[in-house]
Design a protein around this ligand. Structure first.
Ligand SMILES: Cc1cc2nc3c(=O)[nH]c(=O)nc-3n(C[C@H](O)[C@H](O)[C@H](O)COP(=O)(O)OP(=O)(O)OC[C@H]3O[C@@H](n4cnc5c(N)ncnc54)[C@H](O)[C@@H]3O)c2cc1C
Length: 369
């Protein structure tokens, strides 16, 4: 019996597994693919997402992708070129790099990771509550909570019948690929009538170039995606010339599978995170940061639930908790953070791991300052 079983091990699933395992939960993380594995996605991680990776000690998950404090945004000739607030940095790590590093970190935190495991269905109790997963191989895993981090076509969402809360039509078709030898400082974004274009430095000195067009151009666009992509740069200053001066080193990937949808996030025994919960057109590059945020939120909520169950047993603090509570009592700053958790103004991250007792791995090192 697991505390949490997570279906899907990319940004949403691996981050959820990592954070749950760090709080002492018994976590099973499964994915039908094996990592490193690419997926149809460009990969700007907004400063809010980078901030989370940094807080979790995982900024290294971006590999050798460079970070930039600035971005250049040209909207129909109006150029907004400047820095993110609070010295935030944007990185654009390849998903082969980022996802694999998160999976490795989740395993390092104590989550059991099973790759090449295809979930075929969910297990239910008599009252309909979700109590586990069933694999294509016939194996079953029971859990207190099943998290669907299985992307926009989520099997978990389908099986539990998660309601669609908001939906908008598919609006764009998008293509992207990778070039070497492109002169590019920080990221560049262009919005023109009927086109959006992005060029960002990524791992190994490569440049990712992305363009999208209205969905009703799909048939003409896909006849020659490379041409469609490069023609879209024609109206973006000298970006087209700089990209053509480089060399494309991977195939052009094209998709119109770009839904916009928000689903009900939780139900009895289940929760959805990442694209399974909310998916939107990638034109604003929010999905990865949203997935990381979801992971933190679902973990904070379940951590507080577990903490409450411990406290409600009304037992005196044990051998691990007692010295930690003394450490809190002896510091004004720690006391404020500790009280903030119950006040609802400080996320219950580290403090609840102490209170959960017993299986907190490094309670002393984890003392909030
Ligand atoms: C063209 C494009 C460009 C994008 N660009 C950006 C960008 O620049 N920045 C950004 O932030 N976001 C971008 N996004 C969005 C981003 O890709 C998603 O938001 C993000 O991948 C969501 O992560 P996730 O972990 O929720 O799901 P996913 O990345 O979809 O991962 C789901 C995982 O679940 C696994 N899975 C599914 N079903 C099963 C099953 N039955 N059994 C076992 N495993 C299963 C899959 O194998 C997969 O590994 C882009 C998307 C597209 C399509």
């Amino acid at each position: 019996m697991w505390d949490v079983v997570i279906v899907g091990a990319r940004v949403a699933g691996a981050a959820t597994a990592l954070l749950q395992a760090r709080r002492g939960a018994r976590v099973l993380l499964v994915d039908r693919v094996r990592f490193p594995s690419d997926t149809l996605s460009t990969h700007q991680v907004q400063p809010a997402g980078i901030d989370m990776l940094e807080r979790w000690g995982l900024l290294k998950a971006v590999g050798n992708a460079p970070g930039h404090e600035r971005v250049r945004f040209d909207i129909d000739g109006i150029v907004i070129d400047g820095a993110f607030p609070q010295r935030g940095r944007l990185y654009s790590p390849r998903r082969t790099v980022l996802d694999a590093a998160l999976v490795e970190a989740a395993a390092g935190a104590g989550a059991e990771v099973v790759q090449g495991y295809h979930v075929a269905g969910l297990l239910r109790a008599d009252d309909g509550r979700v109590v586990g997963i069933r694999g294509r191989d016939g194996s079953e895993h029971r859990a207190g909570l099943v998290v669907g981090a299985d992307g926009k076509h989520s099997l978990v969402a389908r099986e539990v019948g998660a309601r669609t809360v908001v939906e908008a039509p598919v609006r764009t078709v998008a293509s992207y690929s990778y070039w070497e030898g492109v002169e590019l400082g920080h990221g560049e974004l262009y919005h023109r009538r009927g086109r959006a274009v992005a060029a960002f430095p990524t791992n190994d000195g490569l440049t990712m170039v992305y363009a999208c067009a209205p969905l009703d151009e799909f048939d003409t666009w896909r006849r020659d995606p490379e041409r469609s992509l490069l023609d879209s740069l024609g109206n973006c200053g000298d970006l087209g010339a700089r990209v053509r001066a480089g060399r494309r080193i991977e195939r052009v990937r094209t998709t119109n599978d770009l839904p916009n949808r928000v689903r009900q996030a939780t139900g009895p025994g289940w929760a959805l995170v990442g694209d399974a919960r909310m998916v939107m057109d990638p034109v604003t590059a929010q999905g990865i940061s949203n997935a990381l945020r979801d992971a933190e939120q679902v973990v904070d909520r379940t951590a507080m639930f577990r903490t409450t169950q411990r406290i409600a047993r009304l037992r005196p603090p044990g051998a691990i908790l007692r010295p930690l509570l003394r450490a809190v009592a002896g510091s004004e700053a720690r006391t404020t953070r500790f009280l903030g958790v119950f006040a609802g103004t400080v996320p219950p991250r580290i403090t609840t791991a102490w209170l959960a007792g017993g299986r907190s791995r490094t309670p002393r090192a984890a003392c909030p300052r």
